[in-house]
Design a protein around this ligand. Structure first.
Ligand code: TXA
Ligand code: MG
Length: 314
């Protein structure tokens, strides 16, 4: 039996908390931990059973590959073959909210990449993620710590709401600073697989070329490319100027609304608030109307997540 029932322990951001998290991970359990993007649900990437427990806890389709997290750029090259472009981009954005998809190198179990010969890898910047990766001294496979298809968690409490009783522990590091998942580039040529916490134009500046965006294909290769994803329970309507009666309104900029992503039209602040705001409005049980968000900087990733939240559900 892979699914287990736990009393899910809340661990604090102390060295004792980190040591306890490391011990549980070494024993093959799943532990949620903060990164600067969203909370991840970590497991020892070298242990197929531990990785399988991630899929069980999240009810995640087994064909959806996972991102492996390591403490440093050097450690990343133990697991993937770096190309020249990848070295440049890694140097510019790691540690940080960027994931690279590159040819898989050594002997990680197949379940991590769901059989693909490319591996998604990231060096997170969050100090607690860094401490945990250094302490545990293992690569950690970690998807966002939410039930599959639901809104990603940006606080320990969000993780608890979705996965309590299904995972061994949660390291509480407070709210995530970026609040959106990492930008994913590669495959193995530099293509944009998912917009995210690093703005696309910043990556293009390092590459010296435009990134081709791969998404919403007829046959998606990975579920992050499925159109309905990151979904609240409520219906979501986008680019709304005036909400209908009965709708709750998620605003942006100076606005009379129920929750405001950023009263000052700061896209970084809006990204950090997005998932918590969707949860808060979803809890009202009413349909959600969302104001228009500009398509620039992190607005591209925000609009990507909103479009998925609003897509017809399968
Ligand atoms: O910010 C983040 O990326 C967070 C934190 C925890 O690191 N993680 C995250 O993981 O968002 P997840 O599993 O929720 O989303 C990862 C996306 C999925 O859409 C998955 O299909 C795609 O990355 N992916 C993973 N491995 C891949 C691969 N080998 N090739 C292409 N896409 C891949
Ligand atoms: Mg996810």
């Amino acid at each position: 039996m892979l699914s287990e029932t736990f009393y899910t322990k809340m661990l604090n951001a102390s060295s004792t908390g980190i040591a306890e998290a490391s011990e549980l991970l070494r024993q093959g359990h799943c532990v949620a931990f903060p990164t600067e993007t969203v909370y991840g649900l970590g497991a020892d990437a070298t242990n197929a059973t531990a990785v399988a427990r991630i899929f069980a806890a999240k009810d995640r389709p087994s064909f959806n590959p996972l991102i492996v997290h390591v403490a440093s750029i050097e450690a990343a090259w133990d697991w993937v073959v770096p190309t020249d472009w990848a070295r440049d981009v890694a140097k510019a954005f790691w540690p940080g909210p960027l994931t690279l998809v590159l040819p898989k190198k050594a002997s990680l179990p197949d379940i991590v990449t769901a059989g693909h010969d490319l591996l998604a890898i990231r060096v997170p910047a969050h100090p607690l993620a860094q401490q945990l990766l250094q302490d545990v001294d293992l690569p950690l496979a970690a998807p966002s710590a939410n039930p599959s298809g639901r809104i990603s968690p940006t606080t320990a409490q969000h993780v608890r709401e979705g996965l309590n009783g299904r995972i061994a522990a949660i390291v509480d590091g407070g709210p995530c600073a970026v609040g959106l998942e990492s930008t994913i580039v590669g495959g193995p040529e530099p293509r944009l697989l998912r917009p995210g916490g690093v703005a696309t134009d910043a990556i293009e500046a390092v590459l010296g070329t435009a990134l081709q965006q791969v998404r919403d294909q007829a046959t998606p290769t990975v579920p992050g490319q499925l159109s309905s994803h990151y979904a609240p329970n409520a219906k979501v309507r986008l680019n709304v100027v005036r909400p209908h009666s009965g709708e709750v309104f998620l605003g942006f900029g100076p606005s009379d609304c129920d929750v405001n992503l950023s009263p000052t039209e700061d896209l970084i602040e809006a990204a950090a608030n997005l998932f918590a705001a969707l949860r808060q409005l979803d809890a009202t049980g009413q349909p959600i109307a969302v104001a228009q968000i500009p398509m620039q900087g992190l607005g591209v990733a925000i609009n990507d997540r909103l479009a998925r939240a609003a897509a017809p559900r399968g």
